[in-house]
Structure formats: C-alpha cells, structure tokens
Design a protein around this ligand. Sequence first.
Ligand SMILES: O=P(O)(O)OC[C@@H](O)[C@@H](O)c1c[nH]c2ccccc12
Length: 256
Amino acid sequence: MLADLMAGAAADAADRERLKPLEAVRAEALARPAAIDALAALAPSDRVKIIAEVKRASPSRGDLAEIRDPAQLAVSYETGGASTISVLTEGRKFKGSLADLEEVRRSVALPVLRKDFISSPYQVYEARAAGADLVLLIVAALDDATLASLYALITELGMTALVETHSEEELHRALALGAQLVGVNARNLSTFELDRDLFGTLAPQIPAGVIRVAESAVLSPADVRHYRAAGADVVLIGEALVTGDPVATLAEYLAV
Ligand SMILES: O=P(O)(O)OC[C@@H](O)[C@@H](O)c1c[nH]c2ccccc12
C-alpha cells in the first residue's frame, strides 16, 4: 500500500511537471520569503506541543470530514494553540492538494508542513513554492541515497524535514541522516495496523536534542498523556481534530 501511495504521488507530480517544469517551480521556491523556523516552534517545552493536521480522508479510515475551507480550519488550529499546521496534499486517497496548503499558508503565521508521499526534488520545490516550512520524509519509502539527497535539498531551501519512522531500523536510518525532528508513526503505512506502544519503545533511542514527534491515533486526552509520558515533545493529530470541535479539542489535549 505504501508503494502504491508513493507511486501515485510520483505520477501526479510528473503530470504537474509537464505543465510547469522543474526550473519554473524552483524559481518560485527561491522567490518565496524565508521559511519559518519550525525547530524553534516545536522545541521541547514543559508542555506538549501539537501539530494539527488538515485531513479529509485516509485509506485506512475513509472519509473523515468535508473541509470546504482549509484556511478557516487552520485558523481555528492556530487559535486553539497548535504549534504547527500539517496539510495533507496527497490527492488520491487523502483528498488533499497543494492549493489547500497555499490557502493555509496565507491564513496563519504558524509553520506549515507538507504531508505527502515525497520521493523527488520536484515535490520538495513544489512544497517551498506553495509556502511550506516543513516537508515529510517517510523512511520506509525511500532508500538511503534518496533520503539523504531529499533531506539535503529540504535543508538547503531553509525548510525542516519531519523524518517519519516505524521501526528501530528506520529510526537509526533517520538519526544517521542527522534528522532534528523525528516522528514515530503508530500506523504502519503498509498494513495500516496501529501500534500505540511503538513510540514508547523507540523514544529512549532518540538522543537529547532531537525533537520527538508521536504521530497518529490520538483520540482522547489519555492518548496525549500516554505519548507525553513516553517522552513525546510533540504529537501530530488529524482525525480527532477534523471530526470534533478543533478549538475545544486542542484546549483539552494541551491541558494534559
Ligand atoms: O488522523 P490521525 O490518526 O490523528 O493521524 C494523523 C497523522 O499522524 C497521519 O495522518 C499520518 C502519519 N504519517 C502519515 C504519512 C502520510 C499520510 C498520513 C500520515
């Protein structure tokens, strides 16, 4: 399934590249005002921080919310106290788009993450051109050479990579890259199985100074408390925020 998602995202990017070649997107990326410092926004603190996600649907959970106005949702995330906004830009299974990210960028002052299945420099330039400050890299989907070159490009463009892992081996590959922001996804993107305890198993192996992000399956304050107790500096939340009242839910989760 992860391979299908990667292939689909790459095919869609190739279609866009036919309309707008790499050089044009690169020029747009370089013309953008500097990216916001996401490492500062997500730095460990005495309170848990939240990356709040704009997410309409997913292959594992189906349709979650219509979200006619992603910018308005992002503004409520900002009002509610989120530290960063994640925007799913994958179109086939998650029903997102780069236009969603552009609208969100225009409406909030927080860092914005491009959450997608990234495998090429073109997609990284697109992210920056749309105003992204962070880009997701999924270790399971990339070989070491590709991972290293995409990581270098993201950094060179002034952005931050959120490097996502789902096993000890992947965590070590992320750390070998020098990643400063490491995510542990409770959901296996190949089988869609959930393992809420994986974060607690891997967190002790993440060195001090690296920001630890627990991703997926936060549906209650108890889940936030669970990840926080296991060492999460940040939790990344989608479903619970798009299906509930975002401001009230954030307040509840930030108070744990
Ligand atoms: O909706 P949830 O269970 O709160 O999960 C959010 C986020 O972690 C999830 O959307 C996600 C984590 N890693 C990804 C990689 C690609 C697409 C989506 C994801």
